[in-house]
Design a binder for this molecule. Structure first.
Ligand code: ADP
Length: 852
């Protein structure tokens, strides 16, 4: 306040004196007002800066005297104005290229600046501490463009690089508003951006902006500028530092990137470091149908599947916060189809040399197909699991090194093993000790060679502790490159099979004992060919094993003609019933001799059909039979002659006695004739049987009136047998060709049996009927009947039914044998139909004589 009062007291005279004095000063003196406009300069000052007073007065100091401008001076000016205390500063003026000593003194409404040129700085005379000095000269070595500005934007200092750019001298720009310097004056847009930035910075904000500059003609640069306000100790803005980074190359690269982004086949977007998505390539816009304006920021959420939105947003925000690369899968709506497709989003942060993120560039790769394939794979994997769990085998998979990674449930059920214990190598503990070593050897060998394997081993069942046999199969699963990715295997329970094999082995051993038996001949045939035979059969038939190997044994050839029919019949039975009833036949041996045998057989296999036949040498029995037949034949002959003689003799004697009138004696003698007749019939039958056996029964060929014959037989039989009434029904008015006596013998036999085996019955019936070809005679009784199983046998030689009632009735079992033989020889058939307790019917069918 006192200073102001003092100044107010100055008179015009004293001002003149003062001016004169100022002119004489050896130092350059400037007087500026509060707006830092030059109000006065002395002559020395004019000399120092090379400008006339007129040029200087009214101009801002910083602009009028750029040679003197320096940040230190600027700071000093500010300090003086703030403190209203005189200030001194020494500094290096790059423009005058010498050291200046400036004294600043506050005046009313302004201040004086007095400059003194120095050859060297005064040590320790600096007004500002070293740390606060602005040494822009030090920055000259840097490539960054740096300037110091007043809060109003006046250039206080600037380094070499921008001066080189613009090819201007420092003094040409110092003190000028930066916006009006050659760099900025070129482009009005950049200019106004700078002004706005300076205005904001002078409120204390650090401002970052991009602009295009043209330092000189033909040079166009892109800059990213940062204006940082510098505060003094009182937190007042002292000056601004503007630093410009040449981002021309980056901008060009960005343009190139954008061109590239538009060219690449993926959808691409870019994001700012703060996560704001700022651009999309054409493909992205085409795909989503959105415009850049619609999609910018978080507009992209519109085309993201609602179910993915929250997750994707969180992932993106987290990537932005941590600065890590961003990767996620999401569905994007395709505008043309209205369908969502899966994309893999990958964003990479681009950083500058300092590691600051400049931009995110993200590619969206269509993985829809892949996703679907994955889904299918998953489904097929699930199907595989279901299959593995469904099949009756134990199913496993291992890693390429053999570590088990999966067992189907059956494994757990079988071994009782828990999930934690089942994986890895634990399975081997369930192996039977006998197979343990071998199994591991095979398994390791498979792992080494990569070849599939098959092995049988026993595994312990958890519950019972018993071992069961399994067939284990393992095979490697390879990828497209042929690398084994896993081993897949199954264990099939073959315990039953093994047991059956064992049983089969045993039965084969038993069969081979049988085969090797020297009692029974055994052969196996396939078609007509005998393919295998035991030694006994070979010995029986005289063939050798060599003959068998060379397929010289053919059972059809080995069968004599008379046995062919019976043998074929046996084979048909075999085909129908899988087995044949034992039957007698003969084989022709290799030497042509005949071997009587008893044969039976069963089917051994179906494809091809094989039969196993068992052959008993029947020759001893046959020989015995022959001897018996020989005896019967001989005995019947031997008996018949004396019996005939006896019968003749008795008749002769009876006739003589009758002639002599000895009727009593004659009657007694005729009583002998009955038994003699019976004996004669018996012997006759015996003789017939032996003749049939020998094939020597003779037949006459005559025309027989069957009707007459039957009535004759019936009458004769009725006379002899009075216990029963013989009823003849029907008629057979036809004749046939044959032996009348033998046919008569047939019906006598049937009638006598009918009467004999129906003692309680009163009638025996004969039914006659004819057809065009045949004549049929039925002899029916109401007697004991014949059990079913015996019906066929009653026609066999010497067979007699076993029932107690039949046994009580005398007989030798020859009648029906002879009857059948005679009927057959007449080309006819005989059958029996019977019901036990009700009676039997014997039916004889004979061919009629054909009319000539
Ligand atoms: P047999 O001399 O024993 O009568 P056959 O050859 O005539 O001899 O008859 C054989 C067997 O058939 C008899 O023993 C008898 O058991 C049975 N048989 C024959 N005919 C009859 C019949 N009409 N009723 C019941 N059984 C009969």
């Amino acid at each position: 306040m006192s200073r102001i009062k003092r100044t107010e007291r100055l008179t015009p005279a004293s001002s003149e004196t003062l001016l004169h004095m100022l002119e004489t000063l050896p130092d350059a003196l400037f007087l500026v007002n509060d707006a830092e406009t030059i109000r006065y300069v002395n002559t020395r000052a004019q000399t120092m800066i090379g400008a006339s007073r007129e040029q200087l007065l009214g101009n801002p100091f910083w602009r009028g005297a750029p040679q003197l401008v320096s940040p230190s001076l600027y700071q000093a000016v500010r300090k003086t104005r703030q403190t209203q205390e005189p200030t001194e500063v020494e500094y290096w003026s790059p423009m005058t290229r010498n050291w200046l000593h400036a004294q600043l003194t506050p005046t009313v409404g302004g201040l004086t600046l007095q400059f003194h040129e120095m050859s060297a700085p005064t040590p320790c005379q600096e007004t500002f501490p070293q740390g606060e000095r602005l040494c822009i000269d030090d920055l000259d070595g840097l490539h960054t463009r740096i300037g110091i500005l007043t809060p109003e934007g006046i250039v206080l200092d600037i380094n070499e690089v921008p001066l080189d750019d613009a090819q201007v001298r420092r003094e040409e720009v110092i003190g000028k508003p930066l916006a009006e310097t050659p760099w900025w004056s070129f482009a009005p847009a950049s200019q106004s951006r700078l002004r706005a930035a300076i205005a904001r910075a002078s409120t204390g904000e650090t401002v970052r902006f991009e602009a295009q500059l043209c330092p000189r003609e033909g040079m166009l640069l892109s800059f990213e500028s940062v204006i940082t306000p510098h505060l003094d100790a009182d937190h007042q803005i002292e000056y601004l530092v503007i630093a410009g980074i040449d981002i021309t190359a980056r901008k060009r690269a960005e343009r190139d990137i954008h061109a590239l982004i538009d060219a690449i086949p993926q959808l691409v977007w870019t994001g700012r470091p703060d996560g704001y998505v700022d651009s999309y390539n054409q493909r992205w816009l085409d795909y989503t149908g959105l415009t850049t304006a619609q999609a910018q920021g978080d507009g992209w959420m519109q085309c993201t599947h609602p179910a993915d939105r929250q997750r994707v947003l969180e992932t993106w925000q987290s990537a932005v916060q941590t600065g890590r690369p961003y990767e996620t899968e999401q569905r994007l709506l395709q505008s043309t189809t209205g369908e969502y497709r899966w994309f893999l989003m990958q964003a990479v942060p681009f950083k500058d040399a300092q590691g600051t993120i400049l931009k995110y560039v993200s590619t969206c790769t269509d993985i829809d197909e892949q996703k679907r394939a994955q889904q299918q794979l998953k489904t097929s994997e699930e199907n595989w699991r279901v299959l593995a769990e469904t099949v009756p085998q134990l199913v496993w998979t291992t890693l390429p090194d053999g570590l088990v990674e999966y067992w189907s449930q059956r494994w757990y059920a079988y071994t009782g093993s828990s999930f934690e214990h089942a994986l890895g190598h634990e399975w081997s503990q369930f192996l039977h000790p006998d197979e343990y070593q071998h199994t591991l050897t095979v398994w390791h060998h498979a792992l080494e060679t990569g070849k599939p394997y098959e092995i049988e081993y026993r595994l312990k069942e958890g519950q019972t502790g018993e071992y069961r046999w399994f067939l284990a199969r393992g095979m490697p699963v390879r990828d497209e490159a042929g690398q084994i990715v896993k081993w897949f295997g199954t264990c099939t329970d073959i315990d039953e099979h093994k047991r059956m094999e064992e049983a089969l082995r045993e039965s084969q051993a038993r069969a081979s004992v049988l085969m090797n038996s020297n009692i029974i001949g055994i052969f196996v045939d396939e078609g007509e060919q005998i393919v295998d035979a035991n030694d006994t059969f070979l010995r029986m038939t005289g063939y050798t094993r060599e003959d068998l190997r060379e397929r010289c044994m053919n059972w059809v050839h080995m069968t004599p003609p008379e046995y062919q029919a019976r043998t074929q019949q046996a084979h048909q039975e075999l085909a129908a019933q899988q087995s044949m009833t034992p039957y007698e036949k003969e084989y022709m041996c290799k030497d042509g001799s005949r071997l009587p045998v008893l044969v039976c057989g069963v089917v051994l296999q179906h494809h091809p059909l094989q039969m196993i036949a068992f052959v008993l040498d029947n020759s001893a029995r046959k020989e015995l039979e022959q001897r018996k037949d020989g005896f019967i034949s001989m005995a019947s002959h031997e008996l018949r002659n004396p019996l005939t003689a006896l019968k003749m003799q008795a008749q002769l004697v009876r006739k003589r006695l009758e002639k002599q009138g000895l009727n009593g004696a004659a009657a007694a003698l005729s009583g002998v004739e009955g038994p003699v007749k019976q004996l004669e019939r018996l012997i006759g039958e015996l003789l017939d049987v032996s003749k049939i056996q020998a094939g020597r029964l003779e037949y006459r060929q005559e025309t027989v009136d069957l009707d007459a014959l039957l009535h004759e037989v019936a009458d004769t039989m009725q006379q002899i047998h009075t216990t029963h009434t013989i009823v003849v029904r029907g008629a057979a008015p036809c004749s046939l060709v044959g032996d009348k006596d033998r046919l008569g013998q047939v019906f006598i036999n049937l009638l006598s049996n009918a009467i004999k085996y129906s003692p309680a019955a009163e009638t025996v019936e004969i039914d006659l009927s004819t057809s065009r070809e045949t004549v049929t005679v039925r002899v029916r009784d109401h007697g004991f009947g014949i059990p079913r199983e015996q019906r066929d046998k009653v026609f066999e030689r010497f067979y007699r039914a076993a029932g107690p009632k039949q046994k009580a009735i005398p007989g030798l079992g020859m009648g029906l044998y002879i009857v059948e033989e005679i009927v057959k020889r007449h080309g006819g058939t005989i059958t029996v139909d019977s019901e036990v307790g009700k009676g039997s019917t014997f039916t004889v069918t004979l061919p009629r004589k054909r009319d000539a």
